[in-house]
Design a protein around this ligand. Sequence first.
Ligand SMILES: Cc1cc2nc3c(=O)[nH]c(=O)nc-3n(C[C@H](O)[C@H](O)[C@H](O)COP(=O)(O)O)c2cc1C
Length: 217
Amino acid sequence: MKFLVFIGSERDSTPPRPARLGKRVAAACVDRLRTQGAEPILVDPLKIHLPSPFKPHFSYARGKAPEQLEALANQIASADGYVMVSPEYNHSMSPTLAHLLNHFGSSLFSYKPSAIVTYSAGQWGGARAAVNMRTFLAELGCLPVSAMIHVPKAQEVLDEDGTYLDAVDAAQWDGYLDRTLHQLVWWADAAQHQRLSGEAKQPDAFTKAPSQRNAPS
Ligand SMILES: Cc1cc2nc3c(=O)[nH]c(=O)nc-3n(C[C@H](O)[C@H](O)[C@H](O)COP(=O)(O)O)c2cc1C
């Protein structure tokens, strides 16, 4: 099964130091997913050129979006689940991650699970950012599994390659990451089975306007 692992940081400047802690956390998730036999694919916002001014993928005629946007849309559509790795900026989820995800409609993510992974350089591990990620991801249709990963002081846990530093208990951290990632793989497996079986038709997403979801007046 394929999982897209989104890096929620494009910050390449200091201070605060060190920069792009998100790469370390994402690399650790990639490693743990591989041990479960999954195929993780990193999505790095620094490598994706987004249209400016903002124009989401679904606003282009079919197949006419810029190449990188189209490629990522195809990756999202063909993935079985998502790992959303976000720093906490001002007690909120990463604006980079929100901006990137806002380019794609819920029909690409729907009926597949996601995992919330947050981190910080300080002691809270991004827990406050995680709270609103749950609503955000639920609205996108990729329901977050119940367990979450929060990595406080990520610079004291992982080195630049996403390998555990000597001072930490690697087995304990593996167990902590695996709890959430096992849930993700379990739900992804169940959702894939349901999609492939063709037994249940997926309810349609709204196709024209969000008002299609409104209660009758
Ligand atoms: C704009 C900004 C806002 C931040 N806000 C918070 C915050 O609310 N809570 C927190 O624990 N850390 C906060 N930090 C510190 C980050 O946890 C730390 O810089 C971390 O390395 C950010 O991840 P990144 O390196 O992948 O960008 C903030 C950092 C920046 C740059």
